[in-house]
Write a protein that binds this ligand. Structure first.
Ligand SMILES: NC(=O)C1=CN([C@@H]2O[C@H](COP(=O)(O)OP(=O)(O)OC[C@H]3O[C@@H](n4cnc5c(N)ncnc54)[C@H](OP(=O)(O)O)[C@@H]3O)[C@@H](O)[C@H]2O)C=CC1
Ligand SMILES: O=C(O)[C@@H]1CCC=N1
Length: 278
């Protein structure tokens, strides 16, 4: 039987941590029509609480307390380095909730031990969630039932695309690719802006050209039936400009360095789990 999509209109969601990633997800939820009064955010920084309240109309709390009793979903959006302490302190107020952690590297076994619950899903989102263009990897513990998965899909679906992974360890690779991925894109944009200005363009023109190129190439890759290497070859005229650029990139070992960088990110995710897990 086909399952009806879960509606989040009546869902109450508590965020523990109201920083960059929480803001990006909250932004997606609000943009898709969830009423801010259904969201509570625990965030110690007063300035950040005021920003969240005024921008999204959410309720904020300086610290977790009995007010969080009865929330359907708790989103863990604090740094991996402090999640153990925060989870242990808050667990008593969160009985019965479904938990969604976005903390890089922190494994669900650790979360289950701290929270005394098996209803745990891990997500690795990314900041384009803020504009509804997020890409999120999801992993559910075996105790998570279909209805819980449906709720997670409805919530994360407001922020963009998602996919489920079967093996929890794969989330470290997801973190390296798409979780950290926007930073690599911005890094390339910075490099393109620098090159453009060195060649005499204004920073504004160079940035516009670079962003438009990323957006167009990403769309082409998404719609095309061919892999990226074929699309790349179509840009690369024999003896032309692209060939000159790609030879320079290969000579400098850019692809190998980039691949190495992603392995470093994945390794760091694993280390975070080892260092800051239960
Ligand atoms: N940024 C990203 O692109 C992504 C981040 N993540 C994950 O999201 C999580 C949050 O990262 P990010 O949003 O970047 O980090 P931020 O530092 O922006 O947000 C974390 C927030 O938690 C707050 N905080 C600190 N202590 C507590 C507490 N005791 N109770 C509640 N809140 C607290 C911090 O406040 P204060 O500043 O005062 O310490 C801060 O505002 C991390 O685990 C990260 O791995 C996952 C995917 C992508
Ligand atoms: O840099 C980090 O650790 C987090 C996880 C993925 C993106 N930001």
């Amino acid at each position: 039987m086909k399952q009806e999509p879960t509606s989040i209109a009546s869902t109450r969601i508590a965020f523990i941590g109201g920083g960059n990633m929480a803001s990006a997800i909250i932004g997606g939820l609000i943009q898709q029509g969830l009423d801010g009064s259904r969201i509570a955010v625990v965030e110690p920084l007063a300035e950040q609480r005021e920003r969240l309240e005024s921008r999204y109309g959410v309720t904020t709390l300086e610290a977790a307390g009995p007010e969080l009793q009865g929330f359907d979903l708790v989103v863990w959006a604090v740094k991996p380095q402090i999640i153990k302490q925060v989870a242990t302190d808050c667990a008593q107020h969160l009985a019965g909730a479904l938990h969604l952690s976005v903390a890089a590297g922190i494994r669900s076994d650790s979360l289950a031990a701290w929270l005394g619950s098996e209803r745990i899903v891990r997500a690795m989102p990314n900041t384009p969630a803020l504009v509804g263009q997020g890409m999120t990897g999801l992993y559910a513990r075996t105790a998570v039932v279909a209805a819980d998965r449906g709720l997670i899909e409805a919530v994360i679906g407001t922020t963009g695309q998602y996919l489920w992974v079967e093996r929890e360890a794969d989330l470290d690779a997801v973190t390296a690719l798409s979780g950290s991925g926007p930073a690599y894109v911005f890094y390339f944009l910075e490099a393109m802006r620098q090159a453009g200005t060195e060649m005499g363009l204004s920073a504004e023109t160079a940035t516009r050209l670079a962003i438009g190129t990323f957006a167009g190439a990403a769309r082409l890759a998404q719609d095309a039936s061919e892999p990226p290497e074929v699309l790349r070859e179509r840009v690369t005229s024999k003896g032309g400009t692209t060939y000159a650029a790609l030879c320079s990139l290969e000579d400098s070992g850019v692809k190998a360095s980039f691949v190495k960088a992603l392995h470093a990110a994945s390794q760091r995710a694993k280390e975070l789990g080892d260092e800051f897990g239960a």
